[in-house]
Ligand binder design. Structure first.
Ligand code: SAH
Length: 255
């Protein structure tokens, strides 16, 4: 442990997602900034700041900015849940983002649809090295879901062969829970694997400050008419455990 190394940030949008992560942090110290609690601690020999961003792009951007300005973090990782959009992106699968886009950004006709005005781009890349390290950690975790979750949860949520995907995740200030809306998103953005409400905002802040960023999202629903069913139970029984195990495996393997 070196105290001069800047800390690594772990961000979650929802309480259930953060709880499992906090369960692993030792030497915890809470610092409150901007109505948020930032938890400083140690995990596998690394200095870590874990925080609840709350839901939506503005809340996520504020959180990411505070992590840079007040805590001087070296890298950020977002862990949470998302709705599956791409064919074959099933509940219980995990998506590691390669890049992000805001699906509700529309300053047309002044700027092309989805382009962030004055940035000249619609897509924000994640850090390749960080994403690859998280993908490796995810693969290790998905290889033994029975060991992590127990046979009953694996059977209940049909998690016998969960898949890792890497690609585009789209974000917007809407919980997508109708088949017509998810079909419209798939038509407009056929490359999108998953939809959530924070990642593109954090990616934009990290782009502005030159901070490496990566995101890992467990698919909690298919963003269709059944999206709200059992959301909380899935969070407690599956997604929060995946998150903590994936971050743990990543930090353990990190020099
Ligand atoms: N039904 C939940 C909704 C929470 S908002 C509740 O009542 O508590 C959804 C959160 O999960 C956001 O942080 C978002 O990033 C992610 N998410 C999961 N599935 C999503 C979907 N289908 N559309 C948008 N965001 C989704």
């Amino acid at each position: 442990m070196s105290s001069i190394k800047p800390p690594l940030a772990i961000i979650s949008a929802m309480e259930g997602e953060l709880r499992a992560v906090l369960g692993q942090l030792t030497h915890q110290k809470k610092v409150s900034v901007g109505q948020r609690d930032f938890w400083l601690g140690h995990w596998h020999g690394h200095d870590v700041v874990a925080v609840l961003s709350r839901i939506g792009k503005v809340a996520a951007a504020t959180t990411a900015t505070a992590l840079v300005e007040r805590f001087g973090v070296a890298e950020m990782v977002f862990t949470g849940v998302a709705g599956g959009l791409g064919a074959g992106v099933a509940v219980g699968d995990v998506v590691v983002a390669s890049h992000f886009l805001q699906h509700d950004m529309d300053a047309s006709p002044l700027f092309p649809r989805h382009e962030v005005p004055l940035y000249g781009r619609s897509h924000f890349d994640t850090d390749e090295r960080l994403g690859s390290a998280l993908a490796l950690a995810t693969q290790a975790v998905l290889a033994d879901t029975v060991g992590l979750l127990g046979a009953q949860a694996v059977q209940e949520f049909s998690l016998t062969a969960p898949q890792l995907h890497r690609g585009l995740i789209i974000s917007g200030d809407r919980f997508v829970c109708s088949t017509s809306e998810s079909a419209a998103l798939q038509r407009a953005l056929p490359d999108a694997l998953a939809v959530e409400m924070e990642g593109a905002a954090v990616a934009q802040v990290c782009h502005d400050y030159g901070i490496p960023f990566a995101a890992v999202r467990t698919i909690s629903d298919r963003a269709d008419d059944g999206a709200h069913h059992d959301f909380n139970r899935f969070m407690d029984s599956v997604a929060s455990r995946y998150s903590a195990a994936i971050v743990s495996a990543w930090l353990r393997s990190r020099p």
